[in-house]
Structures are given as structure tokens and as C-alpha cells.
Design a protein around this ligand. Structure first.
Ligand SMILES: *[C@@H]1O[C@H](CO)[C@@H](O)[C@H](O)[C@H]1NC(C)=O
Ligand SMILES: *[C@@H]1O[C@H](CO)[C@@H](O)[C@H](O)[C@H]1NC(C)=O
Length: 170
């Protein structure tokens, strides 16, 4: 009697373990996909931006030394025109892409391919001074009041923005 109780308890434990493992597996696979209720046509940003371009289309050089500040600005300014027409994706190919601050735009995906690294410039001139937030009151890092350096990757009043893929190094 004692023996059969023990074995049925361990069987129950095994069952619970199996159910927990199944639960983990199921949760993992769900995490990789949009929630079931959302179909791909409602969640197109990852794979289906209508317009796609590479930073190299705008003169980008991924040698780790050349500044790509102008290339990022040109690319994102241009791609921002597609916000109301299916959105756009900017591909950062393998390489080291040095740049100063740049602004994102709406309905936009910044996709870093494998072995692509965005490097933040160490040159303060590559970071524009922008007004401080009203709640902050005064500038902290720039001479004179009322200004701050822009964040490395910046944007205001944006919707539907995705940054995905490899590495951003500051
Ligand atoms: C980003 O946009 C802000 C306005 O929101 C502007 O002041 C700033 O100069 C822009 N930064 C760049 C790098 O163009
Ligand atoms: C933010 O964008 C919306 C439309 O996209 C516009 O109506 C609104 O005025 C903008 N707000 C600011 C503070 O720029």
C-alpha cells in the first residue's frame, strides 16, 4: 500500500512536470509570434514594410571610421515620406556604422542585419543641441540654459517604430 502510494505520487509529480514543460514550450513559441488574436495583416511591421532601402543606398560606409550622420539623415528623411503608404524599413548591412545622433520617423523599422553594428560618434558636434523638456527647466550639459544634447537615437511624436536585429554601441 505504502509503495503504491509513493509511486502514484511520483507519477502525479511526473505528470505535473510534463504539463509544466509543455507550458514552457508553448509559451516560448507564442512569444516569438504576434498574439493569436492579431493576424499578420494587422501586424505587418516586422516583415512587410512596403518600402525597403539600405543605408548604402544613401552613401553609407560601414568601415567604422567614416561618419554616416548624413547618410542616416538622408535615408530616414527620404523613407519618412512613406509613413502613410505602407511604411518603410531601413536595413543596416554587416559592418561598423559610425554616426552622430539621428532621428527616427513613424511607421518605420530600423533593422540591423547580422554583424551590423551602429557606433555612436564621440564628436559632440554630431549631436545637435535641442531645447530641454519643459519639466526639466534648464540645460545640464550645454553652455547656457535651455538646451541639451540630443539623444543618440531620437524622435518626437512618433508612432509604430521598431528597432530590431543586431548591436547598437554607445
Ligand atoms: C531631430 O529632431 C529635432 C526636433 O524634434 C531637431 O531639433 C534635431 O535637430 C533633429 N536631429 C537631427 C540629428 O537631425
Ligand atoms: C504629433 O503628430 C500628430 C499627427 O501625426 C499631429 O496632429 C500633432 O500636432 C503632433 N504633435 C506635436 C506636438 O508635434
Amino acid at each position: 500500500m505504502g509503495t503504491s502510494n509513493t509511486s502514484s505520487i511520483s507519477q502525479v509529480m511526473e505528470m505535473i512536470m510534463v504539463i509544466m514543460l509543455l507550458g514552457l514550450v508553448t509559451m516560448n513559441s507564442v512569444n516569438c509570434r504576434p498574439p493569436n488574436a492579431i493576424t499578420l495583416s494587422e501586424y505587418p511591421a516586422m516583415s512587410c514594410r512596403k518600402h525597403v532601402a539600405s543605408l548604402t543606398d544613401y552613401g553609407g560606409v560601414g568601415d567604422g571610421k567614416t561618419s554616416n550622420t548624413k547618410a542616416f539623415k538622408a535615408a530616414i528623411d527620404d523613407l519618412s515620406k512613406h509613413a502613410s503608404d505602407g511604411g518603410a524599413q531601413l536595413i543596416i548591412p554587416p559592418g561598423k556604422w559610425l554616426t552622430g545622433s539621428f532621428n527616427l520617423t513613424s511607421c518605420f523599422t530600423l533593422y540591423l542585419q547580422k554583424d551590423a553594428v551602429i557606433l555612436a560618434s564621440q564628436d559632440e558636434n554630431e549631436f545637435p543641441l535641442i531645447p530641454v523638456l519643459p519639466s526639466y527647466g534648464r540645460g545640464r550639459d550645454a553652455p547656457g540654459d535651455g538646451f541639451r544634447y540630443s539623444s543618440f537615437i531620437f524622435g518626437t511624436n512618433l508612432t509604430d517604430v521598431i528597432v530590431t536585429g543586431n548591436t547598437i554601441s554607445i
